[in-house]
Design a binder for this molecule. Structure first.
Ligand SMILES: Nc1ncnc2c1ncn2[C@@H]1O[C@H](COP(=O)(O)OP(=O)(O)OP(=O)(O)O)[C@@H](O)[C@H]1O
Ligand SMILES: [Mg+2]
Length: 250
């Protein structure tokens, strides 16, 4: 479904992503883990072109794109087939929960207003926020704002949803509720890539785990392989920081 080959990205003269390969089969949930600054967010942002990669190839479904030779049409196509859920929610502060979802449906997908509202309500209901549709982000808790962010991504019916640390900005008591929703999405076999530090969650939900360090894929495998029997020194060291948490589930 999603295949990335040789993804490279520099900022100035600093090489951030060296040679990233990533495979996500249809319906699969892949977790990306790794130290801070290793390039996890940049990888996701390159997939939906929030950052322009310097080199590499992306396949989504039947379409293969060369990052070096993207036409305007292809850029729109890639952005339409991917949706992102951000760490800081990235909602429009001056729009209600409902409008935050209808706006991209109208703008990016060409929905009529009434159609967009019907769809938005359906997805707000799915994340348990139908009664909050007229609230503005400032009137919602972090967990509720993130659920709006997830409903917005789902409503776009993308080929793949990209989650960038969706729970790391939340108060501890809000984390579980959001993780539950992501688990539901994963169970529905909606293709997703999730950058997370929630390793127990990754073990529970992800089909595959990819460990990235210094802009490279160091190790990948099933969640169990990578999280319970890591082979590379760097993975072992990284997971060591979470030892008490992982022991809990081993
Ligand atoms: N727009 C930018 N301009 C310059 N440097 C950037 C930019 N975005 C990211 N970087 C640098 O790229 C590197 C990788 O950043 P990235 O945000 O991808 O890391 P990360 O793995 O997501 O880290 P974290 O776990 O802290 O979110 C960092 O050194 C960061 O400073
Ligand atoms: Mg990040």
């Amino acid at each position: 479904m999603i295949k990335i080959r040789n993804l490279q990205k520099s900022f100035g003269d600093k090489v951030i992503l060296k040679n990233i390969d990533l495979d996500v089969a249809e319906g699969e949930t892949v977790a990306i883990i790794g130290p801070s600054g290793s390039g996890k967010s940049t990888t996701l942002r390159c997939i939906n072109l929030l950052e322009r990669p310097d080199q590499g190839e992306l396949t989504i479904g039947k379409n293969t794109y060369d990052f070096n030779k993207l036409t305007k049409h292809q850029i729109t196509e890639i952005r339409r087939t991917t949706a992102m859920v951000f760490q800081n929610f990235s909602l429009y502060e001056n729009k209600t929960a409902l409008q935050n979802i209808t706006l991209p449906l109208i703008k990016a997908k060409g929905y009529e207003k009434h159609e967009a509202e019907k769809t938005a309500l359906e997805y707000l209901d799915k994340v348990g926020l139908k009664d909050w549709k007229d609230h503005y982000p400032a009137q919602l808790s972090g967990g509720q704002q993130q659920r709006v962010g997830i409903a917005r991504a789902l409503a776009l019916k993308p080929e793949v949803i990209l989650f960038d640390e969706p729970t790391s900005a939340l108060d501890p008591e809000r984390v579980q509720g959001v993780l539950e929703i992501i688990k539901e999405i994963s169970k529905e076999r909606i293709t997703s890539v999730i950058v997370t530090h929630e390793l127990e969650f990754a073990l529970d939900v992800a089909d595959k785990v990819v460990f990235i360090a210094d802009g490279e894929v160091v190790e990948k495998g099933t969640a169990k392989e990578v999280l319970k029997s890591p082979k590379d020194e760097r993975t072992i060291k990284f997971l060591g920081h979470f030892a008490d948490k992982l022991e809990y589930v081993i």
